[in-house]
Design a protein around this ligand. Structure first.
Ligand SMILES: [Fe+2]
Length: 202
C-alpha cells in the first residue's frame, strides 16, 4: 500500500497538501548545508566547534545524497532527457563523497582541513546549482504533486537515522592481534545505517 492510500487527503498526512514535497525538502537541505559550511569557515565565532560542524555537514550531505539516489534519480532517469542529468549528478556525488572521506578523519587544526573543505564546498555548490536548474525541473515535470509529497515524507523520515558508532573492538585491538579491517568512517557508517533504518543508529 502506498503512503497516500493509507489515509488519502487527510491534513498533515503523507501526500496531503500540507506535507512539503520532496523538492522543497531537498532545497531546504541545500540551504542547511550551506549554513553549516559558512559556520565551519567562520573561525571568529566557531573556532572550537569547526570539526563538529564539519561532521554535521557531512551527515546532512550523505543523507541528502542517499535520498536522491533512492527516490529522485530513478524517476528522473525515466524522464525525457533525464538520463544525462542523472549521470552528471552521480558523477558530482562521487566527487563529493571522495572529498567527504578525505575530510572525515581530519581535525580542524590539520593543515589540509581548510583545503579539503573548500574543495567540498565548491563541488557541493556546483551540485546545488545543477540540481536546482536541471534535476528538480525534470523531477517536477515527471512526477505528480501527490507523489512528490509522498517522497518528501519518506525523505524527512530518513533524517532521524544516525551514523552507527565505530565498533569498539576495531579501536582497542591489542598490539599483535590481527585487525578485522579498517574502522569504517563517518560516511560509510551513515550509509550503512540508512540502508537499514529500522535498526537505528547510536
Ligand atoms: Fe541535492
Amino acid at each position: 500500500m502506498s503512503i497516500a492510500e493509507d489515509s488519502p487527503g487527510s491534513p498533515g498526512t503523507p501526500g496531503s497538501p500540507e506535507t512539503p514535497d520532496v523538492i522543497a525538502v531537498l532545497r531546504g537541505d541545500h540551504q542547511d548545508v550551506e549554513e553549516l559550511f559558512k559556520k565551519v569557515q567562520d573561525h571568529a565565532h566557531y573556532r572550537n566547534r569547526r570539526k563538529e560542524l564539519a561532521d554535521q555537514a557531512i551527515i546532512e550531505l550523505v543523507r541528502h545524497m542517499v535520498a536522491e539516489e533512492q527516490y529522485v534519480y530513478p524517476i528522473v532517469r525515466e524522464a525525457d532527457g533525464g538520463q544525462a542529468v542523472v549521470d552528471h549528478a552521480v558523477s558530482a556525488d562521487a566527487e563529493a563523497e571522495a572529498l567527504m572521506k578525505q575530510l572525515e578523519p581530519l581535525e580542524a587544526t590539520d593543515e589540509v582541513f581548510d583545503r579539503v573543505l573548500i574543495k567540498l564546498m565548491t563541488v557541493t555548490r556546483s551540485h546545488v546549482a545543477d540540481e536546482e536548474t536541471q534535476l528538480f525541473p525534470c523531477l517536477a515535470a515527471a512526477c505528480p504533486p501527490t507523489e512528490l509529497r509522498e517522497i518528501g515524507e519518506r525523505v524527512q523520515a530518513g533524517k532521524s537515522v544516525r551514523p552507527t558508532r565505530p565498533h569498539p573492538a576495531a579501536v582497542t585491538t591489542p598490539p599483535g592481534d590481527v585487525l578485522a579491517g579498517p574502522v569504517p568512517g563517518l560516511v560509510d557508517r551513515l550509509r550503512d545505517a540508512l540502508a537499514r533504518p529500522t535498526e537505528g543508529g547510536y
